[in-house]
Design a protein around this ligand. Structure first.
Ligand SMILES: Nc1ncnc2c1ncn2[C@@H]1O[C@H](COP(=O)(O)OP(=O)(O)OP(=O)(O)O)[C@@H](O)[C@H]1O
Ligand SMILES: [Mg+2]
Length: 322
């Protein structure tokens, strides 16, 4: 039986904007099991980052607010913790890796100190011990000559090396869960693969769970155990990565798959982009948010929102017509 490390239930996060109330995350539920990687995929604006920022309680308020839901981690609802307790969890039990290492790292503090600091904060270690740890971690993320690199500043690192340093920071306190939001999007393809391979290898070794946010289905195929597909702030399909790729059940997922080149495909089917625009999250229709772009849509899809229903024991989809 899979043991969930994180259980998100009915998470709803809204923003008050000039254009009205934006429901960025709308009743989202998922589990992350021990040692597994869950990928969250979906096009820009579908609510992936707001979901991860909600888990970490980093939603800027105002304009944002987590309006409903439960986020159970280690048996506790993170939404009920004090800000102090939450600070104790961030960077310690739950670590994060963001896309833009340049804005996540402090430009005026050495890499070594930035990796050592959470160890002194969360692990009660002295600086000497924390630096020893930091050096080891830089070695683990395959930064050569770790000893001398400890004293370097972020701008002295290449983009790929900075991302490795971010991984070292994330691993510093041996978290139970890592949330990686587009961790390699800013890097070129070869470096991207190296970094993701490294992340996979290190999380597997330590049995760390991971939420991997990406819009790259190639990344999903290679690194995820399970996949949640988001559209318009909701999960529209969720299941084991293999099922999502081989038996996608939601027209949106099928569209996503048809729009990426597949090396394993022996057909000559042309790639197809999904036509139409993503939905306006401040004025979602009562029916299926994908309906206006969907070739299978019927009157039923306009009238009511399809609930998530079972495709198999581990696979769900929100569609009336597949
Ligand atoms: N601070 C904010 N104020 C107002 N609206 C916001 C804010 N942050 C996010 N949103 C809105 O929430 C919605 C979801 O955004 P989110 O950043 O989660 O998308 P995403 O799926 O991560 O997209 P991307 O792939 O581009 O990173 C968007 O419509 C966005 O405009
Ligand atoms: Mg995002």
């Amino acid at each position: 039986m899979a043991t969930p490390v994180l259980q998100v239930r009915n998470l709803t996060t809204r923003f008050k904007t000039e254009r009205g109330v934006v429901t960025a995350v709308d009743g989202v539920s998922f589990d992350v099991n021990a040692g597994e990687t869950l990928a969250i995929v979906g096009e820009s604006g579908s609510g992936k980052s707001v979901t991860s920022m909600s888990i970490l309680r980093l939603i800027p308020s105002p304009p944002g607010r987590i309006e409903a839901g439960e986020i159970l981690f280690d048996g506790k609802d993170l939404l009920k913790l004090s800000e102090d307790e939450m600070r104790g969890i961030r960077g310690d039990r739950i670590a994060m890796i963001f896309q833009d290492s340049m804005s996540s790292l402090n430009p005026s503090i050495t890499i070594g100190k930035q990796i050592a600091e959470p160890i002194t904060l969360h692990r009660n270690a002295g600086w000497a011990e924390a630096y020893r740890n930091a050096r080891e971690l830089l070695g683990k993320v395959q930064i050569p000559d770790a000893e001398s690199r400890l004293g370097a500043y972020p701008h002295q690192f290449s983009g790929g090396m900075r991302q490795r340093a971010m991984i070292a920071m994330a691993l510093a306190c041996e978290p139970k869960l890592i949330i990686a939001d587009e961790p390699t999007t800013a890097l070129d393809v070869t470096v991207q693969a190296q970094i993701l391979d490294l992340l996979k290898q290190l999380t597997r070794q330590a049995q760390t769970s991971m939420i991997l946010i990406t819009h790259d289905l190639g990344v999903v195929a290679r690194y995820a155990d399970r996949v949640a597909v988001m559209y318009g702030g909701r999960i529209v399909e969720q299941g084991p990565a293999r099922d999502i790729f081989n038996r996608p059940a939601h027209p949106y997922t099928r569209g996503l798959l048809a729009s990426i080149p597949r090396i394993d495909s022996d057909t000559d089917q042309p790639l197809q982009a999904i036509e139409g625009m993503p939905p306006d999250l401040s004025a979602l229709p009562p029916g299926c948010a994908f309906g206006p772009r969907c070739r299978l849509a019927t009157a039923a899809c306009v009238a009511a929102r399809p609930p998530l229903t079972a495709v198999s024991a581990s696979h769900v989809k929100a569609c009336f017509n597949t």
